[in-house]
Design a protein around this ligand. Structure first.
Ligand code: SF4
Ligand code: SF4
Ligand code: FES
Length: 278
């Protein structure tokens, strides 16, 4: 077999290799053997750890930790930029860079696993400016979204926002719906948005995707969706304190009693056959 590129061949094999019969390879082969030896020692002796940099300082942390856990493992405590720890609240947007990779990485600290030579930076929040508006005085028509967020017209369809989204939302598509004035679809597609801002951080057109879609959902809820007859009824019951005595009683119940009440509860939508829409 003729090996044209010995370096990449060794990399693929990932085992120590010594070259014979090539007088020019003497020192190089020694270096390669040393490198492989060090790698083996690192993974075996140090129970599979990786090196990360927090505020520029090097820490060795166990592989398999999320960025959030690695930062805590290194001795830091989160007092902001951390909420649910489960990929739902969107508070933990993180920027990182892997050594020798030109591009910056963006992800949720509670979801992304650490990699070797990862340089980490935490943002306290994503600084996307939110427009001010009074939802009570608005109309839900084709020009509403673009009049409040005119920058959506600058979208260059690069799809970077969609690729950044940890929720797999078709982010570019909902922005295009907003440009077309389709409030209903914009709200529908963006329904699972957790407002993390990873899309906005990377958009070359400075669009604040999550603020745009939040407005679409507000407009849809207020002006486009059918009114729920049960919601109105239920709100009145709450205002009239209909459930206060029952809640008081539950607060005093034992755990066993609460479990019994939960198991025997009436599930209204199922038993009444009415989901509340008009
Ligand atoms: S990242 Fe910005 S410009 Fe690119 S597709 Fe998304 S909204 Fe459009
Ligand atoms: S649409 Fe943007 S803000 Fe919403 S979850 Fe996806 S990346 Fe985060
Ligand atoms: S802490 Fe809530 S999404 Fe990461």
């Amino acid at each position: 077999m003729v090996i044209k590129n010995q370096k990449s061949f060794i990399k693929k094999l990932d085992v120590p290799i010594q070259f014979c019969g090539d007088k020019h390879m003497g020192n190089r082969s020694q270096v390669l053997v040393e490198k492989q030896k060090n790698k083996k020692e690192k993974t075996q002796g140090k129970t599979n750890t990786v090196e990360v940099f927090i505020m520029g300082k090097s820490y060795r942390v166990p592989a398999g930790l999320t960025i959030m856990k690695a930062i805590e493992y290194a001795g830091y405590r989160f007092i902001r930029s951390c909420g649910c720890r489960a990929g739902f609240c969107g508070a933990c947007s993180t920027i990182y860079r892997i050594e020798d990779q030109q591009k910056l990485g963006f992800d949720l600290a509670c979801q992304k696993l650490v990699e070797d030579k990862m340089y980490l930076v935490q943002l306290p929040f994503v600084p996307a400016v939110k427009a001010e508006y009074n939802i009570e005085k608005m109309k839900a028509d084709e020009s509403t979204l673009i009049s409040i967020y005119p920058e959506i017209a600058r979208c260059v369809s690069c799809n970077t926002c969609t690729k950044s989204c940890p929720q797999d939302i078709e982010t570019m598509k909902y922005i295009q719906m907003a440009v077309r004035g389709d409030i209903d679809r914009c709200a529908e597609i963006s329904f699972d948005c957790i407002q993390c801002g990873l899309c906005a951080m990377r958009c070359p057109a400075d669009i604040k995707h999550y603020h745009v879609s939040q407005l679409a959902r507000r407009l849809r809820g207020k002006y486009l969706d059918p009114r729920s007859k049960d919601l109105k009824k239920r709100l009145k019951e709450i205002i009239d304190k209909k459930y206060d005595a029952e809640i008081e009683k539950m607060m005093k119940s034992s755990k066993k009693d609460l479990e019994k009440q939960y198991t025997n509860r009436k599930i209204e939508a199922e038993s009444d056959g009415d989901l509340g829409g008009d």
